[in-house]
Design a protein around this ligand. Structure first.
Ligand code: MRU
Length: 366
């Protein structure tokens, strides 16, 4: 996507050919700052501290982290240690393990001398594949938005609610949930996006609103508790979110609060779609609530909030009284029964074992 007219990805090679540049997303929306990762530890820190975030971008950054590790030491023990370091950064997004496994699969059988160029080539391939996957998700999601538009009066606004940030900032480019919205907007459809602010880290208010603004897509930021009210008043035509891990049965793990939106959507007959690249499907898991590890993050992310003051400084302030405990569960699981559609790079299907195996027959039935 473009920032001020310049095509930009979220991760790319630095001019020296080996450093890895990222956008420090903790500085958005008020500052656009890029950082060069030069070591395994840099990559691990960027993921853990959420300079980069979003399941597909976590995977791509981990892949480049393996390449940076290979630059220091391309022996198999060193690469296995790098795998473990990167794998420990964030527990929920399965794309992390998928990307690390892809890296190890392509490197393990090579001679140590061949591993370094192969690691950079494989990381670039993972990044490029993510772009192609997200673009295809955009095309399939656009078809759904067109179906919804066809049921409305010509020119009537199509209101789409999204939670967290599943846009291009969460991937290498295009995004998952936002890719269909960008394609609909570019095709001239009158879309408007309700942007859940997404407490506690405010990925909606800070990142989704930022990238929709860059692209010129009409949007409105809402407090997280607003969606149900909007749905009751027929002000939402479609909910579309991303996911960090979806089971082979169609249970969807995504940013905390997604489940409540799905409940409200089901109660109000609003279609609830989940956009997901196939590397986000965990074919080993059947019961999302019981089996998916939910990241528990620092309580300071709940007790403190940062923003820009009237004089332009970005500051952090405390919300609750001194001493109140806080709990920070980063994700929740929406059971498949509440999900209307899964949208993958291969097309759209019901959230069920049958639906997924129709699109991915090579994975077999659960
Ligand atoms: O904690 P985050 O910001 O990494 O969480 C991101 C999400 O929950 C996204 O919805 C998900 O990763 C899908 S991104 C295309």
């Amino acid at each position: 996507m473009k920032i001020n007219g310049k095509p930009t990805r979220t991760i790319w090679l630095a001019a020296d050919g080996w450093g890895v540049e990222i956008i420090d997303q903790t500085r958005l929306p008020h500052e656009l700052v890029t950082v060069t990762l030069r070591s395994l530890d840099d990559a691990a820190r960027a993921i853990k501290d959420m300079w980069v975030r979003g399941a597909p971008l976590i995977g791509a950054t981990a892949a480049y982290g393996m390449a940076l590790a290979a630059r220091a030491d391309s022996s198999l023990p060193a690469l296995r240690a790098a795998y473990d370091t990167l794998h420990a950064t964030r527990p929920t997004a399965i794309n992390l393990k998928w990307a690390l496994d892809a890296m190890m699969d392509s490197l393990a059988s090579l001679s140590p001398a061949d591993r370094l160029p192969a690691a950079y080539a494989q990381a670039a391939a993972i990044a490029d594949e993510d772009v192609a996957i997200c673009s295809a998700i955009g095309d399939h999601g656009l078809a759904l938005i067109r179906e919804i538009a066809a049921k409305k009066a010509p020119g009537e606004t199509i209101n789409i609610l999204t939670h967290c940030n599943a846009g291009w900032l969460a991937t290498v480019d295009w995004g998952t949930a936002l890719a269909p919205i960008y394609k609909a907007f570019d095709a001239g459809l009158p879309v408007h996006v309700w942007v859940d602010e997404t407490r506690p880290r405010n990925q909606g208010a800070a990142l989704t609103a930022r990238e929709l603004s860059w692209h010129g897509v009409p949007h409105t930021v809402i407090a997280d508790n607003t969606g149900g009210h909007l749905m009751q008043h027929k002000l939402v035509d479609l909910v579309i979110v991303g996911t960090d891990r979806t089971t082979r049965t169609g249970d969807v793990c995504n940013k905390i609060g997604t489940y409540l939106k799905a409940l409200a959507a089901a109660d109000n007959g609003v279609p609830f779609a989940v956009a997901l690249p196939s590397p986000t499907i965990d074919w080993t898991v059947a019961d999302g609530v019981a089996e998916i590890p939910i990241e528990l993050r620092d309580e300071a992310e709940v007790t403190h909030i940062s923003g820009k003051t009237a004089d332009g400084n970005v500051v952090s302030v405390q919300l609750p009284p001194d001493g109140s405990a806080a709990a920070n569960y980063a994700f929740d699981v929406t059971p498949a029964r509440l999900v209307t559609w899964l949208i993958t790079e291969r097309g759209r299907c019901p959230a069920s074992p049958e639906g997924l195996s129709t699109l991915f027959p090579e994975k077999g039935r659960s």
